[in-house]
Design a protein around this ligand. Structure first.
Ligand code: FAD
Length: 661
């Protein structure tokens, strides 16, 4: 069996993984990236709408800055996010978008002068400034106060991923494709790499590394109706669970995107609504202004998805033999706009629905979209509990999104986290004490354990069918751990998923040769069941509603009892995860919990919130009177710069905020 040694092993060749590897390699550390598919086929490619960075280039973005982006993200998270991490993110995102531009990402650009846009269903003329000519263009997205989302038509992820993939080639980082990490090599205290299966030959290998990073993306495929591609099985989360030591966090926080095309669930971007698209019911009635007068179609995704499902429950859905849906109307944007700025949406509607969105409404219904939880890390991206293990991107939870992610904040997070965590990985590898100093027996034991697990499937005489188990799991997740959750349903879901998990030990794989896709399907199904159980038990146990986690039996956000992060581990031999909780500390928050400004104003206030708000207000008032600038005031309220690598600490330049000001 092959053993390959390297400094940094990155598991995942999407935006987050590639950007981390670039950072580590540039600091002189040999890095290897592993991927199930050629990296340019990673799911980051599917991102359509754009990347949030507070550049303030467009006229509708004037006044935008890190503070506004911070407020939008924390409110969007329903106060579930780690506010220090949000600050790190909003400060780095403008740098990341500009870095990508320097690397050749063809961002859509501003043409100065008049242009016609649709705002609130009306044609409006806006005038872009002369000094913005040629700068990155930005569109409106849900849950944001300013037009902040930079984009490349509606194939932003495609352009970003090509750019970073080209950079990884330039940096000469080997990317090993069509391989799958099955487990991590660990002695219970420190991670030393991974056991990896070659998906072409079926061979097992050990990749031994000083630092190992999980960047394996989301877990959409544990649901039946999802916008995620078939490789988004979420088995990367299970890599952490299987150690018994590394933790997952907030796995119950699952996002449902308002506009999956019906019935397939394929996404049409939030950019459709950002650019002026409207949601209509069976009567063609635009219902969002009635229920969300402030943000209408552009409230945050959790809110819009719930409003849509409520409309359907009122009997206002369009009935079909596949179920019910609502309409997305982008006809008012005009053919030229749709074919240039929403080109992919045009093609998706044309090829998958036979609908021409320049003339017809698009059938849509919310679909699973994003995993806010993930491998729990410190702000540096290192696991809180397993030294040498790092994570970034959708697979990670350094906790930037809390219980609801804003559109455009994910691809931004991948490259931002890649930059930050990549630097910390390099720092880790710089230290002599973090060399690879392990007995080879640890590697061989890990290989033998994985081989035994695979043999378990091959030699099993049981009669369980992996396809049936997975299909049932996906059905349970979609129907019982969906947009509206009820205690009884979730209890049943946990019980049945646990049963399916036990049955997965009786899956018999008949094919015994080579790459063996039947075996792959079987072992991934068991991993997915562990992940699904972590989501379901987390959801059942959290007795409140926060962001995308909405319970009909606990419909209120409870900042007294539940302002806390869920932490999950999986002990070997157990059939359920072990959950614990970690409080969020209001006394350190820059923006104490309150009303989000959209959605229902319905929360149990923690008395600490008002106290902290008074403190924050007093600091702000005093420092403003002293003539201090916004950076100094922010630093006094919640210092975070020390958490950023030095080279990322600088300020960002805007037309209205030149650096020499
Ligand atoms: C349809 C769609 C549209 C979206 N649009 C937007 C948008 O406009 N703006 C936005 O901000 N966000 C958007 N998102 C979300 C965003 O695209 C993703 O969250 C983000 O790109 C994830 O990047 P990542 O690097 O974390 O993971 P991915 O890009 O999913 O990459 C995961 C990588 O891990 C590899 N991998 C997985 N498991 C293993 C394993 N066991 N061993 C080895 N390799 C493994 C895969 O091969 C892949 O290379 C969208 C998501 C979807 C589904």
């Amino acid at each position: 069996m092959k053993i390959i040694y390297t400094d940094v092993l990155v598991i995942g060749g999407g935006l987050a993984g590639l950007r981390m590897a670039v950072a580590a390699k540039r600091r002189g550390h040999d890095s290897i990236v592993l991927s199930l598919v050629p990296p340019k086929r990673s799911h980051s490619k599917a991102a359509q709408g754009g990347m949030q960075a507070s550049l303030g280039n467009v006229i509708k973005g004037v006044g935008d800055n890190e503070d506004v982006h911070f407020g939008d993200t924390v409110r969007g998270s329903d106060w579930g996010a780690d506010q220090e991490v949000v600050r790190m993110f909003v400060n780095t995102s403008p740098k990341a978008v500009r870095e990508l531009a320097a690397w050749g990402c063809p961002w859509s650009r501003i043409t100065a002068g008049d242009r016609q846009v649709i705002i609130n269903g009306e044609k409006v003329t806006i005038t872009e400034r002369k000094e913005a000519q040629g700068m990155m263009n930005q569109r409106d997205f849900g849950g944001t106060k300013k037009w902040r989302t930079c984009y490349v038509s509606d194939c932003t992820g495609h352009a970003m991923l090509n750019t970073v993939s080209d950079r990884i080639i330039a940096e000469k980082v080997p990317v090993i494709e069509r391989v799958e990490a099955l487990s991590l090599i660990s002695d219970g205290k420190r991670c030393y790499g991974a056991i990896v299966r070659d998906l072409i030959t079926g061979e097992l290998m050990a990749y031994v590394a000083k630092a190992t990073a999980i960047a394996t993306g989301g877990a959409g495929r544990i649901y039946r109706v999802t916008t995620n591609a078939v490789i988004c099985d979420g088995t990367g989360y299970d890599l952490a669970l299987k150690t018994g030591v590394a933790t997952l966090s907030n796995m119950e926080a699952i996002q449902f995107h308002p506009t999956g095309i019906f019935p397939a669930g394929i996404l049409v971007t939030e950019g459709c609504r950002g650019d002026g698209g409207l949601l209509r019911d069976v009567d063609g009635y635009r219902f969002m202004p009635d229920v969300e007068p402030e943000k209408k179609e552009l409230a945050s995704r959790d809110v819009v998805s719930r409003r849509m499902e409520e409309r359907i429950a009122m009997g206002k859905g369009v009935k079909t033999k596949y179920g019910e849906h609502l309409w997305l109307d982008i006809t008012l944007l005009g053919e030229h706009h749709i074919k240039h700025k929403l080109r992919e949406v045009y093609e998706i509607c044309h090829y998958f629905l036979g609908v021409d969105p320049t003339k017809e409404w698009v059938p849509v219904r919310p679909a699973q979209h994003y995993t806010m939880g993930g491998v729990r890390t410190k702000p540096s991206g290192e696991s809180e509990t397993l030294k040498g293990l790092f994570a970034a991107g959708e697979a990670a939870c350094w906790d930037m999104h809390g219980f609801n992610r804003l559109g455009g904040n994910s691809v931004a997070e991948t490259v931002v986290a890649g930059m930050i965590v990549g630097e910390y990985i390099a720092d880790f590898c710089d230290k002599a004490e973090n060399g690879i100093d392990i007995p080879t027996s640890l590697i061989y034991d890990a290989l033998a354990k994985e081989q035994a697990e695979l043999n378990g499937y091959l030699k099993n005489t049981g009669n369980e069918d992996a396809v049936a188990l997975r299909t049932r799991m996906q059905e349970i997740m979609t129907t019982k751990i969906g947009i509206f959750r009820k205690g009884k349903d979730m209890q049943e879901a946990v019980t049945e998923l646990e049963e399916l998990y036990k049955r997965s030990f009786n899956i018999a794989v008949k094919d015994v040769t080579g790459n063996n896709p039947e075996l792959v399907y079987a072992y991934r199904t068991r991993s997915m069941l562990r992940v699904a159980l972590t989501v379901a038990l987390g959801a059942y146990s959290r007795q409140e509603s926060r962001g995308a986690h909405y319970r009909e039996d606990y419909s209120v956000r409870d900042d007294v009892k539940w302002l806390k992060r869920t932490i999950a581990t999986w002990k070997e031999g157990d059939t359920l995860p072990t959950l614990s909780y970690k409080d969020l500390d209001i006394s350190k928050m820059e923006l104490p919990p309150g009303f989000r400004g959209y959605g229902v104003k319905n929360y149990i206030e923690n008395p600490e919130s008002a106290k902290r708000q008074a403190e924050v207000d007093a600091i702000r008032q005093k420092m403003e009177a002293e003539g201090k600038d916004r950076w100094a005031i922010q630093d006094a309220i919640m210092p975070y710069q020390h958490l950023l690598p030095k080279r990322l600490q600088g300020r960002n330049e805007r037309i209205d905020e030149p650096l020499n000001d």
